[in-house]
Design a protein around this ligand. Structure first.
Ligand code: ZN
Length: 197
């Protein structure tokens, strides 16, 4: 794991397209299922949502029920957006992982290239340690990992556990984390996710 490796991910148009396709499939699946509340038809009502770091991602797929007495929104899971963070999920995951896997000097250089402030990185770090570890999502899935994952070094420890080639690994980690993308919208008990920035 190094700077070149990281830059390759950022410049990897095929990877970006792959993640876009996964999100489009997730959206199509949700659309076919229809409204969870009344079974009504779903109409596209995407959010404007910029993903810093991957400028071409500017819409988050979302739907609205067509029934007048319902009109509820349904926002599918996503591998591109992580909660409400303003940076693309892949950047949040990679940089947060690198903080445990790379020397601080190298993390600083990458951070500067991407123009991410030290306070943002600190906030992400705190989010993994605190909000993520306490989330109902993590409580429900952490038992799958044997031996137990080190929570202090998330998401690096998670990254190491997916023993795949690099691009597949990134996709697997983002797929694993994707329920977080909708947690804020669907579960008020997960109010912690509202604070994701
Ligand atoms: Zn409905």
């Amino acid at each position: 794991m190094g700077e070149t490796w990281f830059r390759n991910f950022l410049a990897d148009q095929q990877l970006h397209q792959l993640l876009e396709t996964v999100d489009a499939d997730l959206a199509e699946e949700a659309r076919r299922e229809g409204c969870c509340y009344c079974g009504g038809k779903l109409h596209r009502a995407d959010y404007d949502r910029k993903a810093r770091g991957v400028p071409q991602w500017n819409k988050r797929y979302s739907f609205c029920c067509d029934q007048d007495d319902c009109r509820r929104r349904r926002t599918p899971e996503s591998v591109r957006f992580l909660g409400r963070k303003v940076y693309a999920g892949l950047i949040v995951v990679l940089i947060s992982a690198m903080m445990h896997g790379l020397k601080p000097e190298r993390v600083r250089r990458i951070r500067e290239v991407l123009n991410i402030s030290p306070s943002t990185i600190k906030r992400w770090h705190q989010w993994w340690l605190d909000n993520f570890v306490r989330s109902s999502f993590w409580k429900a899935v952490r038992a799958r990992f044997m031996p137990v994952l080190c929570e202090e070094t998330l998401p690096w420890s998670l990254w190491l556990r997916f023993e795949l080639e690099e691009r597949d690994r990134l996709l697997a980690v983002l797929q694993f984390l994707r329920p977080i993308a909708t947690a804020a919208a669907t579960d008020s008990r997960k109010a912690a996710f509202e604070r994701l920035r």
